[in-house]
Design a protein around this ligand. Structure first.
Ligand code: GDP
Ligand code: MG
Length: 161
């Protein structure tokens, strides 16, 4: 029984969220998942893995050549990352708001980076910055079969329609 409120894969808005090695080591997995869950978003894929440096470079390909690229890809591949796909209305843009600004000291209190981080190189979490990057990143980290399609009965209390 998958419950009601299933939307087609075409209709669903999805974003890629990853808790970086610092977030995992600091024991923030449950807190971060709880924030997205309580907002009303739906977790449709999750796994924990240690990415290779090459894979980290693919994920951050847009930053290749920047001075922080080496350190960034070394760091992302330095330990377990919790990779997730979250689904729901406005999840790409609102997910970024929940995460906060790239530099934790410029992130508002109440955001994930604002609450938990100090330096940009240890900013806890990644979230796709547009529907286009979400699509690319989900395709890089997950296979289509990894994405679970199911309804949530609480959705009638979260969505008017
Ligand atoms: P995001 O989309 O908010 O994560 O930020 P960007 O796409 O601009 O950068 C990707 C990641 O690279 C950030 O989350 C940081 O971890 C890292 N980063 C960005 N700018 C800097 C920088 O100036 N110095 C360092 N050390 N890391 C940076
Ligand atoms: Mg980015």
């Amino acid at each position: 029984f998958v419950g009601s409120g299933t939307v087609s894969a075409e209709e669903a808005e999805r974003t890629f969220i990853a808790i970086k090695p610092d977030g995992v080591q600091r024991g923030l997995i449950a807190d971060i998942i709880a924030r997205f869950e309580r907002k009303g978003y739906k977790l449709v894929a999750v796994k924990i893995l240690v990415p290779t440096k090459e894979f980290a470079g693919k994920h951050y390909a847009e930053h290749e050549g920047r001075p922080f690229f080496e350190g960034l890809t070394d760091f992302l591949s330095s330990g377990p990352v919790l990779a997730m796909v979250w689904e729901g209305q406005g999840v790409v843009t609102y997910g970024r708001k929940m995460i906060g600004a790239t530099k934790p000291l410029e992130s508002a209190p109440g955001t994930i980076r604002g609450d938990f981080g100090i330096q940009v190189g240890r900013n806890i979490i990644h979230g796709s910055d547009s529907p286009d990057s979400a699509k690319k990143e989900i395709g890089l980290w997950f296979t289509p079969e990894d994405l679970v399609s199911y309804g949530l009965d609480i959705h009638k209390w979260v969505y008017e329609k």
